[in-house]
Design a protein around this ligand. Structure first.
Ligand SMILES: N[C@@H](CCC(=O)N[C@@H](CS)C(=O)NCC(=O)O)C(=O)O
Length: 251
């Protein structure tokens, strides 16, 4: 049987791959050892390119309710797959001999982990991280699109959310730290001496964590990142160090 050909679609930036949703897939491709090529679509190119590839929209724009096309997307032989979780499922099925992100029996618990992570870490982190996206990673045209859409979706300009050095930023960081603490308490329940949540190999839950660490690393100033690596008895620093081997940014 021939090995499926994989093309991975990601969002370019001035600091390399940065999006937490695309990183989940990138990490899994690397861990599984799947050869792939990356094609980069800017925010302005995502919809026309995905339409031309025959992909379906993945969501609705919160303001206009019109179709929203998102990355990551993956072409596997002739099939286009969108939505990070659907892509990860597809990779587990298409490469049965590679390590699985959803080992049998773990799917329901990993879905529960992700729901917990989204509520406790991802949601509060938006206040710190989203304002940095147009400032730090995007080109000028994409940055303008991003500022405009997010202001319409969330109801206030991103620049007001967490200005550097403000007490608002400190308050937002406190909520983020509390959220990561809740996740550290889940990791603390491991009954083995491993960095990863369920054994010697990372699984989906670990990639959710690593992708968010990568997103944070790309966006926040170095002093804030360094401080984060000291939190919760260094659990995030250990995961970050161990995860380096899956963080290849180019083909
Ligand atoms: N649930 C989706 C969410 C993907 C998503 O929101 N992607 C963002 C980038 S991180 C996107 O492509 N947004 C397009 C836009 O805002 O126009 C997944 O995990 O694949």
């Amino acid at each position: 049987m021939s090995v499926p050909r994989v093309t991975f679609y990601d969002i370019p930036s001035k600091r390399g791959a940065w999006s937490p949703n695309t990183w989940k897939v990138r990490l899994a491709l690397d861990h599984k050892g799947i050869p792939y090529t990356t094609k980069w679509f800017t925010y302005l190119d995502i919809e026309p390119h995905l339409k031309s590839l025959g992909a379906a929209p993945t969501a609705q724009r919160p303001d206009t309710k019109s179709d929203l096309y998102t990355l990551p997307a993956l072409r596997i032989d002739k099939e286009i797959v969108t939505n990070s979780d659907t892509i990860l499922d597809k990779l587990d099925a298409a490469f049965p001999d590679a390590p699985k992100v959803f080992p049998p029996g773990t799917r329901a618990l990993q879905a529960a982990f992700n729901t917990h992570f989204l509520a406790r870490v991802f949601e509060p982190s938006k206040r710190i991280l989203l304002p940095g996206i147009p400032e730090i990673v995007l080109d000028a045209a994409s940055a303008e699109y991003y500022r405009k859409t997010r202001c319409a979706w969330y109801g206030s300009p991103l620049v007001e959310w967490s200005p550097l050095g403000s007490s608002l930023r400190a308050q937002n960081w406190k909520a983020v730290q509390d959220g990561w603490k809740a996740i550290s308490e889940v990791y603390a329940k491991r009954d083995m001496e491993t960095v990863w949540i369920a054994g010697s190999q990372p699984i989906y839950a670990d990639f959710v964590v690593l992708a968010m660490l990568m997103f944070t690393h790309k966006i926040v100033p170095a002093d804030e990142w360094d401080s984060m690596l000291t939190w919760h008895d260094g659990v995030w620093a250990r995961i970050w160090d161990e995860g380096q081997k899956y963080m290849r940014e180019s083909d």
